[in-house]
Design a protein around this ligand. Structure first.
Ligand code: BDR
Ligand code: CA
Length: 320
């Protein structure tokens, strides 16, 4: 598969990039940086360093995209990932430098010159993808598949009770992209908590592996471990982005999914970026249940994934 990863590289974003780089059969065509987790230049550095530690320095171009959300003030997640997004690891500056082309143009060029061939994994706020769509609406039909990590499936968020971080940062972009007509799979925070938390035994195996990538994984995970200990009572290794990447690489990891109608709240502050997700009614049923959403589904929403196989994919990559 040919893949673009749009990322606000910090923590699990980096592990997702490793999966794409190191799993056979995947060609990572570009990494595009979007506003989100930490300082914009730092996120770029984190992506470049991840390429370097994986042995891919100079082999995958990194493009910088939109440093701000469409309408809202920027929001970061430094309290979760550390100021540098990598648990304040103090990694050295990478040799590779970002490209001069803007990420939005790089996305449009790659997709429009290879219609039906490129998958996009959007694991950041959706500002870059929304802007690319606004500039070239035909990309919605030309992307082979859009994999979005974002939103919640009628459950508790991780940023506010109503919402997940990527949607919360840029709700207008999320609303635009979800309704743009891409062939889309949505991987929510609800799915992360259900299927994307690494089992203790898998984590222990990674901790015991003496490879550069396993050490990188443990180092980058320290701030999230400390933060999840406070929030959930014990350290959790949560993998919203890398689980989404794993499912994009191998769809058989998806064990339950539904064709849903998804929309994003942009009018309220209390429920900012809440993702409304349901199986829509058909025309006949809608005549009876007049207030329930009706119409055609716009997303496949993953409800369950194979955690054990995801863990094995990650372990295989970190063991290289
Ligand atoms: C998502 O938000 C970010 O903090 C993570 O990188 C992930 O993409 C999880 O809600
Ligand atoms: Ca991310």
């Amino acid at each position: 598969m040919r893949l673009i990863i749009d990322t606000d590289t910090a923590g699990d974003d980096a592990f997702s990039i490793l999966l794409a780089l190191k799993t056979p059969g995947v060609t990572l065509e570009a990494i595009t940086i979007c506003n989100g987790n930490v300082d914009f230049a730092q996120q770029t550095e984190n992506a470049l360093y991840t390429l370097e530690i994986a042995g891919f320095s100079g082999k995958v171009p990194v493009y910088q995209g939109c440093p701000l959300p469409l309408l809202r003030k920027p929001v970061d997640a430094t309290e979760f990932f550390g100021a540098d997004g990598m648990s304040d690891a103090g990694f050295p500056r990478a040799r590779q430098r970002p490209e001069k082309t803007h990420a939005v143009d790089a996305i449009i060029d790659l997709v429009m010159s290879n219609p039906g061939e490129i998958d996009i994994l959007a694991q950041a706020p959706l500002t870059n993808i929304a802007t690319a769509y606004a500039k070239e609406p035909r990309i919605a039909g030309a992307v082979r598949h859009l994999w979005i990590m974002g939103g919640t499936d009628n459950a508790l968020g991780n940023t506010t009770p109503a919402s997940e971080f990527n949607f919360y940062v840029d709700p207008e972009a999320a609303k635009m992209v979800i309704n743009a007509g891409f062939r889309t799979t949505l991987s929510t925070w609800t799915l992360t908590m259900r299927s994307g938390v690494l089992p203790d035994a898998a984590l222990a195996r990674i901790e015991a592996m003496d490879t550069p990538l396993a050490r990188f994984f443990m180092q980058v995970s320290q701030a999230p471990f400390a933060r999840t200990s406070v929030r959930y009572g014990r350290p959790l290794s949560t993998h919203p982005d890398s689980l989404t990447c794993a499912m994009a690489i191998d769809e058989s990891l998806i064990t339950e999914a539904a064709a849903c109608l998804v929309d994003v709240e942009t009018g309220s502050e209390l429920t900012r970026a809440y993702s409304s997700i349901c199986v829509p009614l058909d025309e006949e049923e809608a005549k009876v249940d007049r207030l329930w959403p009706a119409g055609k589904p716009n997303c496949r929403v993953v409800r369950q994934a194979d955690t054990a196989r995801f863990a094995e994919m990650l372990i295989a990559v970190l063991g290289h």
